[in-house]
Design a protein around this ligand. Sequence first.
Ligand SMILES: [Zn+2]
Length: 759
Amino acid sequence: MSHFLLKILSVVIRLTAGSFCLVTVLCATAFAGAPPVASTPWFADALVGMEVGPTGAQFAGGKHAPDYARNFNGRDIVQRCLQANAEYLVLWVRDGDFTFHNSKRLPKPASFGDRDVLREAADEARRHRLPLIVYCQLQYPAHDLRLNPDWKARAADGKPIDHLVCYNSPYTNAVKELLAEMWSYGISGFHLDMVDQGFGPPHGCWCDRCQKLFEAAYQRPMPKGVNWEDDGWDKMLQFRYATSDRFEKMLTDSIRGLDPRATVDFNYHGNPPFSWEVGQTPVVHAGNGDFVTGEAGQWAFGALSASFNAAWYRAATPGKPFQVAVQRGVRMYHDQTTRPLNDMRWEMFTLLAHGAFVTMIDKTAYDGWLDPMAYDRIGAVLGEARAKRGHFRQTPVHEVGIYFSTRTRDWMGRDKPAYYFQSVQGAHKACVYEHIGFGFLFDENLNPEGLRQFPIVCLPNTGILTEREVDLFRRYVEEGGNLLITGQSGQFDRMGRTLAQSVLNELIGAKVKARLEGADHWMRFGPDANGTSAGNAGASSTRAASTLARSNVLTTDLRPDWPFLVQGPATIYEPTTATPVGQLLDSHRASLANPQGYNSDWPLSARQVVGPAVLVNHAGKGKVVTFAGSPDLATASEHHIVEARRLFANAVRLLNPVPRVLVSAPANVEAVVTDDPATRTLRVHLIAYNATPQTTPAKERPYVLPGLIEDAPIFRARLEFRDGLRGAKALNPTTQLKKRGNRVELTVNDIHEVIICNY
Ligand SMILES: [Zn+2]
């Protein structure tokens, strides 16, 4: 064990001892027979907790071995979670086949005998005033569907979808009864997982109940299946979203009816890579319940999903706390492995720095055994989080608002939304690697106040935009905001059909001459960054001339006259009022007789100039920078070259030359800047992702999964403060910090560091 790990463990052992003293004091004041009473709900100040459930719960189809959950004991779980510094416990109680309490509705696992696991946990949690939340699965109610096949969702051909339930069926009442049974145990709330209508085909629901409801709502029959040419399919999507929303609201109301203090949260899937199939939209379905809960899960969604999801959940539920679930396992909840401590720390502190509260999930052994090594490490990471509590939940300092359009997800993304998602994910990735503060904005709740939070709003290949959205963007720019537009934004109608022109033409200051097919496009910038042969309209004005002088910012760190790949959708623009900068080139694919017949997985080399690379336009007090290509998508793509990302970052700097805090650090270090105006304190969190190299996988080569983080790296960073700096100190005693005027130079040796700066 490294010296570093020993140090962390010794800190945590002290913390653990401390938390037991606290628990003893609290116990003396607890009273039996009622859930913990507090003036604020348990989640308001919660920072870290645990979810515990037996592995195998989802996979046996009711045919569990006799050992299943035999040692899954509510009292032991509460005690171990307290020792591991959990501030609340989400206990797995109901899966598809069983419930873990004495129920009139559902059976228990055979191994329980007379035991009632929820009773064991509730009694022990009450003694320690530990908020106990019941995990209740919603979407795969195998036992209920065996008894009530009529509740199954139905595909367009009328065939039942055996694993999915219809949310317009009487299943709702069954869930309500079950929740009432659970509430009688004196718990604090419910975690409901989840209201999804499936992650792929077959899609539902075409049952008789749904058909009748649809016809009553829209005065027309349901479309006969997925059909993106049919306006009726638009209605069907709205119907599906409304179904999930109504189901969630019915359960929320029912829980409030049990007791207004009961809390409820739904496991949410309105974020990429999930799309219309699940039946959720980003904002509406995040808003049901007391707070949103989602999963970061680098095992399924990649390491960048931690910061992406946290920022997304914040934006989807403005002003509310938001919860992110992570897991102890290396690749999956149920894989029975345990990640190294630093791997857990990197994810935990990424999420906390972004303002989330975090639930660590432990899937016990098949028989319910609790792995002591896992609990040691979980205790260490949760303890460290609690020790650093005062450094989280401040206001984020944002620079770029990344725009997400549900309409574009649905009607351009259709059955392959990943391509649109990559533009959004690439904008996020560029911001993370380049240490640019970011947040998200949604079409569902777009308003002028939301836009004004950000000096820059990025439209990453936002194909579909309504008149209202364009009006809001126009007003935002006229009042001094800045837009960064990429790809083929604004070039599609509400059904995803191509338009002759972009609805953003006026803001961009150019007309669409042609939309380029394919994805292998290139950009080149001459020494004056203005080597375009595609015209220089607008350059005669003084403002445009000064823009050109500044536009060298666009080419910082880029080799002049070198074409580089910017993979993704592209447009040939003809400037009207904008100043063109650089050149967009097509590839040799364009000269092939059968362009798609030649290895479509690999981009082909640069061929010839087809238009300007970038357009810089002014409107009112603000600026608009438009990329004729997609440096955002390029950054997320398999053919990411660093220069494409630099170009994106350079455009941000052109639009907002002096940010409040400029952070320079290695690309594998994420920076999160927060502000506490009351104490005039800026905090700069630095979180290092330091994965180890890997060998080839046993299957699906070359898709190598990232290695685990074992060690804390040593790295340098520099901070520059726009508005002056009175003092700066590092949280970690091993960090070397030098303050020179408004600059701070750092050498950090840890996964997570916080630089606390007074202004
Ligand atoms: Zn139905």
